[in-house]
Design a protein around this ligand. Structure first.
Ligand code: NAD
Ligand code: UFG
Length: 336
């Protein structure tokens, strides 16, 4: 059985849907701090296969102990975590308690139950900004950044350390670039758009009239049109990368790092333009000052993932945006 932490969130819900489609037995743990139980209803429309849901927190050790006692867990896909850069600057200890301490708790209970297979959601935010583009897995991650990034770096280091000491661990750390898009059914996607400060949720808020205009954070970067350039990857390609990573670690001890991106960059203006075309409505925007801490451009070198995982992102930008549109139209009453 696979334990999916954070399985009601944006990325985790797509993993749940895919694993159910593959007829896998899963149990989901989520404290619903950034998601809703309604996501489970949506997943149940995608697959007839049922799964267990446990409403609880990673930091509840007693709950984790009974979860592992009651379910024969073999592998953990660990998505649960808080992820807002700006919130992490306001409340740094929240990020260390939730992400770092929560993960340590999970590792402790895994160890006690002899469960050593783990796929962890890391982020491109761990890379030091001065690394040459495209970013490769072996590039440096030494610098302190903001508490969100630092929490991911700390977890990566803890995972490296436990693997160094106990050779039974089989761990895949996946560094996501910018996942966007939605399930091809339009039934699940990024539901929590109100509090979210990422580009696509803000475009969707503008499209739905929840805000008058999108703010574009700076047009004076050294990039093709002056706006920020990022590596956007379709959420379903991101999930297929997880499944390949899960298969890879089955028979290999140790720790492995893979980038999950598309390997190329699009600017904010290119994304807005594409959304205006596919959504059939102009997305109004205003250029404002840079957002503190934002980098001009970066994208992933995905050759290691392609080679070792035999994985390739298949869905292009049109598909990312058209699946988002399908989701927004179909699920607009469920967005929060
Ligand atoms: P999300 O907020 O949509 O999902 C995270 C889920 O974890 C939520 O359902 C939340 O309720 C749950 N959760 C949080 N803390 C928990 C805890 N202590 N105990 C139990 N449940 C808890 O976020 P997401 O976009 O799905 O991201 C998933 C993971 O991927 C996170 O670890 C995030 O840092 C990482 N990541 C995301 C992105 C991105 O752009 N979405 C990029 C890089 C890395
Ligand atoms: N942007 C805008 N307006 C908005 C929101 C974003 O112009 O309203 C711009 C940003 O300045 C940036 C680009 O759109 O140039 C993408 O910004 P996002 O906030 O969508 O994503 P980031 O690249 O800043 O960060 C995301 C996740 C991080 C993760 C990182 C990894 O939010 O958690 O990708 O690459 F670490």
């Amino acid at each position: 059985m696979i334990l999916i932490t954070g399985g009601c969130g944006y990325v985790g819900s797509h993993a749940v849907a895919r694993l159910l489609e593959l007829n896998q037995d899963i149990v989901v743990l989520d404290n619903l701090s950034n998601s809703s139980k309604s996501v489970i209803k949506q997943i149940n429309k995608i697959s007839d296969k049922k799964f267990k849901f446990i409403h609880g927190d990673l930091n509840d050790r007693t709950l984790l102990i009974s979860l592992f006692k009651d379910n024969k867990i073999d592998t953990v896909l660990h998505f649960a975590g808080v992820k807002s850069v700006s919130e992490s600057i306001k409340f740094p200890t929240k990020y260390y308690l939730n992400n770092v301490a929560g993960t340590i708790n999970l590792l402790k209970v895994m160890e006690q139950n002899h469960v050593f297979k783990l796929i962890f959601s890391s982020s491109a935010t761990v890379y030091d900004p001065e690394n040459q583009i495209p970013w490769k897995e072996e590039f440096s991650t030494d610098k302190l950044k903001h508490p969100y990034a630092d929490s991911k770096i700390m977890i990566e280091n803890i995972l490296k350390s436990i693997c160094n000491i106990n050779k039974k661990w089989k761990i895949g750390m996946l560094r996501y670039f910018n996942p966007i898009g939605a399930h091809s059914s339009g039934l699940i996607g990024e539901f929590n758009i109100n509090k979210n400060t990422n580009l696509m949720p803000n475009i969707n808020k503008t499209f739905l009239g929840r805000q008058n205009s999108l703010y574009v954070y700076g047009n004076d970067f050294q990039t093709k049109d002056g706006t920020g350039v990022r590596d956007y990857i379709h959420i379903e390609d991101l999930i297929s990368g997880h499944l390949r990573a899960r298969d890879f670690i089955q028979n290999k001890n140790g720790i492995f790092i893979w980038n999950l991106g598309a390997g190329k960059g699009y600017s904010v203006l290119e994304i807005i333009e594409k959304c205006s075309t596919i959504y059939g409505k102009k997305i109004n925007y205003k250029i404002v000052d840079r957002r503190p801490g934002d980098l001009g451009e970066y994208w992933a070198d995905i050759r290691k993932s392609e080679k070792e995982l035999n994985w390739k992102p298949k869905r292009n930008l049109d598909r990312m945006i058209s699946d988002t549109y399908k989701f927004i139209i179909k699920s607009k009453n469920n967005l929060f």
